[in-house]
Design a protein around this ligand. Structure first.
Ligand code: G3H
Ligand code: 13P
Ligand code: ZN
Length: 328
């Protein structure tokens, strides 16, 4: 059944678990997420970016998610707009039937340029008024995702590319977070703690100086009743990097957010964990391997089935690691 994010995350907070929010663009990702949720009895958040809408087209994307709900009626599903860059984008999502929207006012309408606090509060508050009138939940964001190692705001084709941020911008301030939540009425707050979008988060396994899980504790201490959201939470599995590179890929050495660090965050109010890159890596690795080993094969269902299997395993691992399993 389709439910609001507020309803799902309130349950997660009560029972001390978190829900991975997987990005969805196509049938294979959608099936992997639902098969894993079904196997582990997990509630589901599927999120669509503006890029996903462009790729699949809004009607296909909408019906893909509705089809999943129809096929798995016993699984609660949140249909979430990821990184809305304006009130208009959020309004379109609400019209399409999304039960949750992210108004990312930390960046301007180009999705790249950091904004000031006043702009963020005003645009987010307007979206909350509109969304709540329709029973739709809202996620806001305070602070900018970026690498504490380099100051870069994400990968080339990710959100917020080509921008160098200050150390302060990349760590959400707990006091400002409290003001922001009070002024906007958001249901969940995305915070910045050193993660960034895409595969290139850290050039070495992250330690406390470049991944500030401690900051989450400080924010949670200040706003214990607010559901926190961690973006850029892919773990960048080394085994999938190895498979990709073994079968013709060329991905340089890179590290993501270790699952144990995310689990630490879950102890301190993190309830929604955004993951896209891990499914992309698993899918690419599985398809590269299948094609290399089966050079005469040309039925797309054969290699896409491998993609579904690989992504299903990642989803299952996360449902189990985040305590989502058993809560559908
Ligand atoms: O937040 C970024 C997500 O990974 C979505 O990426 O804009 O390429 O669909 P995308
Ligand atoms: P990753 O690129 O780490 O998977 O993050 C995805 C994300 O935050 C989507 O909003
Ligand atoms: Zn994000």
């Amino acid at each position: 059944a389709l439910i609001s994010m507020r309803q799902m995350l309130d349950h997660a907070a009560e029972f001390g678990y978190a829900v991975p929010a997987f990005n969805v663009n196509n049938l294979e990702q959608m099936r992997a997420i639902m098969l894993a949720a079904d196997a582990t009895d997990s509630p589901v958040i599927v999120q669509a970016s503006a890029g996903a809408r462009k790729y699949a087209g809004a009607p296909f994307l909408r019906h893909l998610i509705l089809a999943a709900i129809e096929e798995f009626p016993h699984i609660p599903v949140v249909m979430h707009q990821d990184h809305g860059t304006s009130a208009a984008v959020c309004q379109q999502a609400i019209q399409l039937g999304f039960s949750s929207v992210m108004m990312d006012g930390s960046l301007g309408t180009d999705g790249k340029t950091p904004t000031d606090y006043e702009y963020n509060v005003n645009v987010t508050r307007r979206v909350v008024e509109m969304a709540h009138a329709c029973g739709v939940s809202v996620e806001g964001e305070l602070g900018c995702l970026g690498s504490l190692e380099t100051g870069a705001a994400g990968e080339e084709d990710g959100i917020g590319a080509d921008c160098i941020l200050s150390h302060d911008q990349m760590l959400t301030d707990p006091e400002e977070a409290a003001q922001f939540v009070k002024a906007t009425g958001v249901d969940a707050l995305a915070i910045a703690c050193g993660t960034s979008h895409g595969a290139y988060k850290f050039s070495r396994p992250p330690t406390g100086d470049i991944l500030a899980i401690d900051r989450i504790k400080d924010i949670h201490a200040r706003i214990p009743d607010t559901h926190l959201v961690m973006h850029g939470s892919s773990s960048v599995p080394q085994e999938w990097l190895a498979v990709i590179n073994e079968y013709g890929g060329a991905i340089p050495e890179t590290y993501g957010v270790p699952v144990e660090q995310i689990q630490e965050g879950i102890k301190y109010g993190v309830r929604k964990i955004n993951i896209d890159t891990d499914l992309r890596l698993a899918s690419t690795g599985a398809i590269r391997r299948y094609m290399a080993k089966n050079p005469a094969e040309f039925d797309p269902r054969k290699y896409l089935q491998e993609s579904v299997k690989a992504m299903t395993e990642i989803c299952k691992d996360r449902y189990l690691a985040f305590g989502t399993a058993g809560n559908a």
